[in-house]
Write a protein that binds this ligand. Structure first.
Ligand code: BES
Ligand code: ZN
Length: 464
């Protein structure tokens, strides 16, 4: 009978699923919405909760690090006794979550985690508390059984991923030595399906912008002023309509100049992935797929930039009618970027174009609270990818495929730039988890298998 540290850790993980679920529920009860200032104390509470948990399981040097830029704290912990020859893994996750709106569409309240069927429903269940917690549970499984980990680990978790990540961006270049590692491990992505694991090697970047258009200095009666004073809401619609055509082509001058097209080889690999466009569409509930005619679904999502309007505030939106020219309107717009596009250059091009589209009858102001991150491609020939592949195969019974994903995780690029670190994106989300949407959930079998995958990865990486 074998009784290796790996076996013991797996046995522990399998024997404690009920406790793991209960603990995850405690974590999910904390409404740590990073983008809304009212919730700042809750983000801090989530940091403290996580730090306490890390201390409890036996991690060392646990600290809640106050933000140096006046935003949300970071949490750091490590365990560095695997020996001088053992590699070091830097594990990253985020404990902040997206806003819950529209709240009325949740079947159960977003911060009252509820198990229905094989899923747990709560804001952050998958993105990213459930996934971030997986690695804490994997470390616990080793520390509670053999009392040691197969590799050195450093945990660095942030409370600001969903709102720009400035605190971490400031921290990284100042703590290169402390954070030195051989590989970063991140679970904040998804896999293709419950029985087809996958490793994301490419993520899109982002430029997020917010702007105000201001007309008269107070709301006006639309009969008294309409036709003689420009309405900023109408002006906004004109501007937005000129950002992108009906087929999804972005009209900002120079926007595509630096776009790196896929190589024939990569295109072939991506288009062979087992993604059924019709099944994918059905899950979204949209009546039809849409997008740039010359690109396939996987290409549109993984390798093409895009632009989306996320919200407009302006005018009267209550019940019944109100005849008003609003004084001021606000818009939130982002552009997803692909390799080689520079977020700073895109910001400049976007703003120049919007300025050019704004008529003299309207005042335009940009908010400096937006954020940017370049796209990232990770080198999937690094040894850690083999360990990840082995780990997924052991836990899911199937070898993972390599995919690109359209979301953004700014820290992946920052790890490359500041720490020279590649990241293994070991995701456990599924396409129907509804992240960022009402009724977000996490498929519990992936939570438990995720813990096993992480346990397997640490052992496999130590062996390399
Ligand atoms: N977990 C997501 C990113 C993601 C989603 C990757 C789905 C792969 C598949 C992450 O938490 C996220 O939402 N990031 C933001 C970053 C932005 C606000 C800078 C995003 O992509 O919108
Ligand atoms: Zn997210």
């Amino acid at each position: 009978m074998t009784n290796t540290p790996l076996d013991q850790a797996l046995t522990f993980a399998r024997a404690n699923t009920a406790a793991h679920l209960a603990q995850l529920q405690d974590f999910l009860r904390i409404p740590s919405v990073s983008t809304q200032p009212d919730h700042a104390p809750d983000v801090a509470k989530a940091a403290e909760w996580l730090a306490a948990e890390m201390r409890r399981i036996g991690l060392e040097n646990v600290e809640v690090i106050a933000s140096a830029v006046g935003k949300h704290p970071l949490v750091y912990a490590d365990w560095l006794h695997a020996g001088a020859d053992a590699p070091t893994v830097l594990i990253y996750g985020h404990f902040d979550v997206q806003p819950v709106d529209p709240i009325e569409l949740w079947e159960t309240p977003p911060f009252e985690p509820t198990v229905r069927g094989e899923r747990i429903y709560a804001r952050g269940a998958c993105d990213d508390k459930g996934q971030a917690y997986i690695h804490v549970k994997a470390a616990e499984a080793y520390l509670q059984t053999s009392g040691r980990l197969p590799v050195n680990v450093k945990f660095l978790y942030e409370g600001e991923e969903e709102s720009g990540g400035e605190s971490l961006a400031d921290y990284l270049p100042k703590h290169k030595e402390k954070l030195a590692a051989d590989i970063a491990l991140i679970s904040d992505t998804g896999i293709l399906s419950p029985d087809q694991p996958s490793i994301t090697y490419g993520l899109r970047g982002i430029h997020y912008d917010m702007l105000d258009l201001i007309g008269p200095d107070h709301d006006l009666h639309s009969g008294g002023a309409g036709g003689a004073i420009n309405n900023p809401l109408n002006a906004l619609c004109h501007i937005v309509a000129k950002l992108k055509d009906e087929d999804g082509r972005i009209l900002i001058p120079g926007f595509y100049d630096d776009v790196l097209e896929l190589s024939a080889e990569e295109r072939e690999m991506l288009n062979k992935l087992p993604i059924d466009p019709e099944a994918w569409r059905a899950e979204t509930g949209a009546p039809a797929l849409w997008g740039e005619p010359d690109y396939t679904l996987v290409e549109r999502l993984g390798a093409r930039p895009t632009l989306d309007l996320h919200g407009i505030i302006g005018g009267y939106t209550g019940k019944g009618g109100k005849t008003v020219l609003p004084s001021r309107v606000h818009a939130k717009i982002s552009m997803r970027l692909v390799p080689n596009q520079d977020p700073a250059k895109i910001k400049q091009q976007f703003r120049d174009y919007v300025r050019q589209l704004t008529p003299p009858s309207i005042t335009l102001q940009f908010e400096e609270d937006g954020h940017g991150a370049p796209a990232s491609i990770t080198d999937y020939s690094v040894p850690a990818m083999k360990a990840a592949s082995k780990a997924y195969t052991a836990a899911f019974g199937k070898e993972p495929l390599f995919t690109r994903n359209g979301g953004s995780i700014p820290v992946v690029g920052e790890f490359q730039t500041h720490l020279g670190l590649e990241s293994v994106l070991m995701g456990f989300g599924l396409p129907n988890d509804r992240i960022h949407s009402p009724n977000e959930s996490f498929y519990l079998p992936n939570f438990y298998r995720g813990i096993e995958t992480s346990v397997q990865f640490l052992a496999a990486y130590a062996e390399l």
